[in-house]
Design a protein around this ligand. Structure first.
Ligand code: FES
Ligand code: FE2
Length: 403
């Protein structure tokens, strides 16, 4: 399961840096553009691309899996996601005007509906006699939980949106809270939500329970909860939809904390509360590639009026500052997920890694992704794709449980 420590650790150069082997990233895992194996696999799923509140009458640039797109909301409330360059002569629809029926290019006024259909060509004789044949490249969108989701894959393979057992029913007084401010310690309400490293570094980190004991609990002090100071006993396993771990910790009072964390293929997590408070995970997170070297995260949680705004903001602060306000020295003194992951590089040099026993969850995630993208290459449907609108919801058991 785990690769043995590589011989580079025992090199005959006595481990000196001179002449060391240069490791490269694993392109199969890192590349997300159209036509790449991972890119085609990821394109079989709906992905959040923006907060619903970001889709307005002002065109907005979004970049997803290496593709630049324009997001808008037309006067009828429909969200649209179009290829930026107008099919006429390539002017960007970023400078377009959003109208009731769609978006109008600023150059010659061609008007496109959210599904790319061209409704008007005002400079053409008779308003464009052949405009029915014109189609601005587009992707379908839908909204859920306060997020705009897009499907960027083959039209005949468009799946249903997955459902999750802990999410869809709201109790009295509950609502959804959404967040797009970057990951863990990088969450920063003053900074753009672009995390400068590959999406997988962030996603696989969810299956790395040991870093919680070091990075977040003992290296520079308690970042999340004192309950995580003790080293856990961890069991990982595959599920029908991804990977799960149970991390057990003995408590001073003789009891036990069982922390269950899970990821769902291809890029979704249900992380239990990091303050270690009891109960089921509050929501879901998506790790969405911007391109091969950066990503963004979308979180949705069920909150009440009392808990709204608390889930992420507390986490974001160190010394009363947001991440972007920390000095270099402060970032060295109490590094968080941002420092740990971004300093791996915008892509890790996998060939230089020395995976150990505690990395089992990371290996499992990578192995499952590779198996799934291979399925897509062979013409099969990957795990997590369903075409049945009545399909059973994915069971989520993530949470902190005390006994
Ligand atoms: S370039 Fe868009 S209408 Fe001419
Ligand atoms: Fe972390």
């Amino acid at each position: 399961m785990n690769a043995p420590l590589s011989s580079t650790m025992l090199a005959d150069t006595n481990g000196r840096a001179y002449g060391r082997k240069r490791g490269t990233p694993d392109d199969l895992l890192m590349q997300v553009g159209p036509g790449t194996p991972m890119g085609e696999y990821l394109r079989r799923f709906w992905h959040p691309v923006a907060l619903s509140s970001d889709a307005t009458s002002r065109p907005r640039k979004v970049r997803v899996m290496g593709e630049d797109l324009i997001l808008f909301r037309d006067g009828k409330g429909r969200t649209g996601l179009l290829y930026p360059h107008c099919m006429h002569r390539g002017t960007s629809l970023y400078y377009g005007r959003v109208e009731d029926e769609g978006i109008r290019c600023c150059y010659h006024g061609w008007l496109f509906r959210v599904d790319g259909e061209c409704l008007e060509q005002p400079c053409e004789p008779n308003g464009g006699a052949r405009k029915e044949l014109a189609r601005q490249p587009w992707y379908p969108t839908q909204e859920k939980y306060g997020l705009v989701f897009a499907y960027m894959g083959p039209p005949d393979k468009q799946p249903q949106m997955p459902r999750f057992s802990h999410m869809d029913a709201l109790a009295e007084g509950e609502s959804y809270e959404v967040d797009n401010s970057g990951f863990g310690g990088y969450a920063d309400f003053n900074a753009p939500s672009v995390v400068p490293c590959n999406w997988l570094q962030d996603y696989e980190n969810v299956m790395d329970p040991y870093h919680v004991q070091v990075l977040h609990s003992t290296f520079s002090g308690v970042q999340f909860s004192e309950k995580f100071i003790s080293m856990p006993k961890v069991e990982w396993s595959y599920t029908d939809h991804g990977v799960i771990y149970n991390a057990y910790r003995s408590l001073d009072n003789g009891g036990q904390l069982k922390r269950v964390n899970s990821v769902f293929m291809p890029n979704i997590s249900a992380v239990p509360r990091v303050d270690a408070s009891e109960g089921q995970a509050p929501g879901l997170g998506w790790y969405v590639p911007i391109d091969d070297h950066s990503h963004t995260t979308f979180w949705v949680s069920k909150v009440t009026e009392e808990t709204r705004g608390q889930l992420y903001r507390g986490l974001a602060m160190h010394n009363g500052k947001y991440w972007s306000e920390l000095t270099e020295e402060e970032r060295q003194s109490f590094p968080g997920d941002a420092e740990a992951q971004m300093s791996q590089g915008t892509q890790p040099r996998h060939g230089e890694w020395h995976l150990a026993m505690s990395d089992r969850g990371v290996s499992m995630v990578q192995r499952m992704l590779k198996a799934e993208l291979q399925k897509v290459q062979q013409g099969q449907d990957p795990i997590g794709v369903t075409f049945d609108p009545d399909a059973t919801a994915i069971q989520v058991t993530s949470g902190n449980y005390y006994s």
